[in-house]
Design a protein around this ligand. Structure first.
Ligand SMILES: Nc1ncnc2c1ncn2[C@@H]1O[C@H](COP(=O)(O)OP(=O)(O)OP(=O)(O)O)[C@@H](O)[C@H]1O
Ligand SMILES: [Mg+2]
Length: 459
């Protein structure tokens, strides 16, 4: 009863009085009774005051949050077309809600509205939503909600295809779970196995990693996955490519039978179906991609000869209003060569690819994210999942060979429904790929005009 009374006012109600029992009594009884009622009224009053305190303190937690400044940039329907849910509708732990609001999230994006309640019920999910629309929080929020922080075992694994994405995703989990006592560990190739072993002597509730390293730890018996009831596969189609699929399938063998599997990506080629049929039970399918490309990104191509590409890039640099840019090349070698050329032209640039030392990769990733440099030249290492809100221009210095790669690359700009620009340098050899990718994605890549209105990618 007390509990219920304590609760009522937080929904805006007032404490209700119990109905008075009417009984016939003599004069003495009456006096006693009156005193009793008096005392009762006093207690009721005290209770009312405490309940009101509870009510105001239940609002106080919101008033005390450290909310970051509002992002006033224009946002497209890709993130604004929601059902109008609030994060509070999902009955999440107060501490988790605090982390969500302090991350600057006001209300759930469309993919979050769809996935969070379903993931909380324990169903398997295959979810498809556009780049930059908040898939990470769509699985991190239910994962953090479901973890029992008093049970010191690994309860959730989040698998991703690259080390940088693992670091980024773990960071998102740490930020969202800032007020929870959930222990999060990142484990990827390119780091010391010994350090991971040492770390696993301490409690870990949530493991974020790349498939090879996580499997290695499981096989060696260093990480115990028998209580890991949730497996998230972000960029699921990439994790199911030949490169990763065998490791992923072996890893699933270490999980308990009651595990829940969540697959997320912006692209789900047919190859994913086989895995779904084999490993997912009564999966819930969410597909928010009736169209594939982002509404906020304008896509252009410039028809060039190979030897004109650097000159063309120079012209783009001088004409465009670049906040930050990512420039993609198709090989590690070309990344390094181009970065050198750009520096010679007098523009600042970093580069990153998978053949660099991990410590160096980490530094470049960290510094570019913090805005230490305007341009980043990279290989497909940065094609998927990397979220740098300041990037408003993506340049395909080399045109990609398939539409999935194209979609993910251009999706590095226009994050969370913001505006962005994608410029593709197209050689004679690329002309069929350009046509095919346009067809496959049902999108239009227009010839670049002499002048580009800043309003279409800088608002
Ligand atoms: N509810 C929200 N409100 C405001 N911003 C949000 C919300 N959810 C996510 N974001 C922000 O949107 C950006 C993109 O999110 P995220 O990286 O999860 O997208 P994604 O769907 O995983 O994209 P990709 O397909 O490229 O991996 C991030 O900077 C994130 O902080
Ligand atoms: Mg993502």
């Amino acid at each position: 009863m007390n509990n219920r009374r304590g609760y009522l006012p937080s929904y805006g109600g007032t404490p209700q009085r119990l109905p008075q029992q009417i009984v016939q009594r003599g004069p003495l009884q009456n006096q006693q009774q009156q005193q009793q009622w008096l005392r009762r009224d006093q207690v009721e009053e005290e209770k009312r005051v405490t309940s009101e305190d509870a009510a105001s303190s239940s609002q106080d937690w919101k008033a005390q949050l450290k909310i970051p400044p509002k992002d006033s940039r224009y946002k497209t329907e890709d993130v604004t077309a929601t059902k109008g849910n609030e994060f509070e509708d999902y009955f999440l732990k107060r501490e988790l809600l605090m982390g969500i609001y302090e991350k600057g999230f006001e209300r759930p994006s469309p993919i979050q509205e769809e996935s969070i309640p379903i993931a909380l019920t324990g169903s398997d999910i295959l979810a498809r939503a556009k780049n930059g629309t908040g898939k990470t929080a769509a699985f991190c929020i239910p994962a953090l909600e479901k973890i029992d922080q008093n049970n010191n075992v690994i309860q959730v694994i989040i698998l991703v295809p690259t080390r940088e994405l693992a670091l980024q995703t773990a960071q998102v989990c740490k930020e969202l779970g800032k007020h929870l006592k959930i222990q999060i560990m990142v484990t990827t190739g390119g780091t010391s196995l010994k350090d991971d072993i040492m770390r696993l002597y301490q409690p870990v509730h949530l493991l974020v990693g790349t498939p090879g390293r996580v499997l290695d730890l499981a096989k060696k018996g260093i990480c115990n996955l028998k209580d890991c009831t949730m497996l998230v596969m972000d960029e699921a189609d990439k994790l199911l490519s030949q490169e990763f699929q065998p490791s992923v399938e072996q890893l699933i063998g270490f999980l308990p039978p009651n595990r829940q599997i969540l697959l997320f990506s912006a692209t789900f080629p047919v190859t994913v179906k086989e895995f779904k049929d084999k490993f997912l039970r009564k999966s819930y399918i969410i597909n928010l991609m009736d169209e594939l490309t982002l509404k906020g990104i304008t896509q252009y191509y410039a028809f060039v000869e190979e030897r004109q590409k650097v000159h063309c890039l120079n012209t783009l640099f001088s004409k465009l209003q670049i906040n930050q840019s990512i420039i993609f090349c198709n090989s590690v070698n070309r990344v390094e060569l181009l970065a050198k050329k750009i520096t010679e032209l007098g523009y600042s640039c970093f580069y990153i690819h998978a053949k660099m030392l991990q410590s160096h990769r980490n530094r470049v990733f960290h510094d570019f994210r913090n805005g230490a440099c305007r341009n980043l030249v990279c290989s497909d290492l940065f094609t998927r999942g990397i979220d740098i809100q300041a990037v408003n221009v993506v340049i395909n210095f080399d045109f990609p060979r398939n539409s999935e790669t194209y979609l993910h690359r251009v999706g590095r700009s226009g994050r969370f429904g913001h505006l962005g620009l994608a410029v593709n340098l197209i050689t004679y050899e690329d002309r069929f790929s350009l046509y095919r990718i346009e067809q496959e994605l049902g999108t239009e890549i227009k010839p670049i005009p002499p002048q580009i209105d800043q309003a279409i990618y800088c608002k």
